[in-house]
Design a protein around this ligand. Structure first.
Ligand SMILES: [Zn+2]
Length: 93
């Protein structure tokens, strides 16, 4: 089956969504709305089993920090930011 990339905001039918595939990639551009962030961080602690951590966060009041800091859920050290997660919708042609 061949797929094409759906345009941002393109309306899709229920049938197209049921057969859609989704691809995620990292980007240095920030496509998130002002209150949301979807990103990937990395734990640099060589003794920690965690490597990549994806965070989908929302700040309900006020704007989110320019680049929020997150701690590793396993070792508690600060995580290094890797990039913004961008999701692309692919629909069957
Ligand atoms: Zn860690």
């Amino acid at each position: 089956m061949n797929y094409r990339q759906a345009a941002d905001g393109e309306p899709l039918t229920a049938g197209q969504l049921a057969n859609a595939a989704f691809r995620t990639s990292l980007s240095s551009d920030d496509p998130s709305p002002r209150h949301d962030i979807h990103g990937e961080w990395y734990c640099e602690n060589e003794h920690c089993p965690v490597r990549e951590v994806r965070v989908n966060a929302k700040w309900p009041e006020g704007d989110r920090p320019k680049m929020p800091r997150f701690a590793c859920p396993s070792c508690g050290l600060n995580l290094k930011f890797h990039g913004h997660v961008k999701t692309t919708t692919l629909t069957p042609e």
